[in-house]
Design a protein. Structure first.
Length: 212
């Protein structure tokens, strides 16, 4: 177990990092604008579930291997970026579904699919591995032993905090979407905006610097 003082210090540092808008926040806002409140929250949950294997990998040492391999890091980064672009393109192509959803009050795609799409984005985010490898060990008490378990515990705490914060972003973005979507035409435009944001996020991720 992570000592209480270390855990509190980590929570303070994690909250500061989480509340600063970054890839997860932009993804959440984009999905919420494109799919609405349910889609945004399911995307947040899926994204969080996708980070769990990354936390386990870092705790077991796999994350350190990926962080030290330029090739592996680049492959995962480009895969995640390509998937974000794909989701953005799909949101734009099917923006008419958002308009139909406003008119009919129905979700444009199944909850399971929304959850899985969020999971894929979470598990293919190499920046999460880099963050875990760089930050988590700083809050571990090596005298307490069970280092892998401590690392995994810190990873789960980070995921829980991110889940809460990202959910707030999702609710705020979906509220704005509902406010703008007073007509099917506006809903279509908002969905397309969310798609553009996801494409832009994928481009930023693909063109970001080295793993350092």
């Amino acid at each position: 177990m992570v000592p209480a003082e270390n855990l509190l210090a980590f929570c303070a540092a994690a909250i500061v990092l989480i509340v600063i808008p970054g890839p997860s926040v932009l993804f959440t806002i984009g999905r919420s604008l494109a799919l609405g409140r349910l889609g945004g929250l399911l995307s947040v949950l899926g994204n969080a579930l996708g980070v769990v294997p990354l936390a386990a990998a870092v705790a077991l040492g796999v994350g350190a291997l990926v962080a030290q391999s330029v090739v592996l890091f680049t492959v995962i980064k480009l895969a995640g970026a390509a998937y974000l672009v794909y989701l953005g393109v799909q949101a734009i192509r099917h923006r008419g579904d958002a308009a139909a959803a406003v008119a009919a009050g129905a979700a444009p795609r199944s909850p399971v699919r929304q959850l899985l799409e969020g999971f894929v984005v979470g598990v293919t985010n190499p920046k999460t591995i880099a963050f875990f490898v760089a930050v988590l060990p700083q809050f571990v008490d090596f005298h307490a032993g069970w280092i892998p378990m401590q690392l995994f515990e810190l990873g789960l705490v980070f995921i829980a905090l991110a889940l809460v914060c990202d959910s707030i972003w999702a609710l705020a973005a979906s509220a704005a979407r509902n406010w703008f979507a007073t007509s099917p035409r506006r809903a279509s435009g908002v969905a397309a905006t969310g798609g553009v944001m996801m494409i832009g996020l994928g481009g930023v991720l693909a063109l970001s610097g080295s793993k350092h």
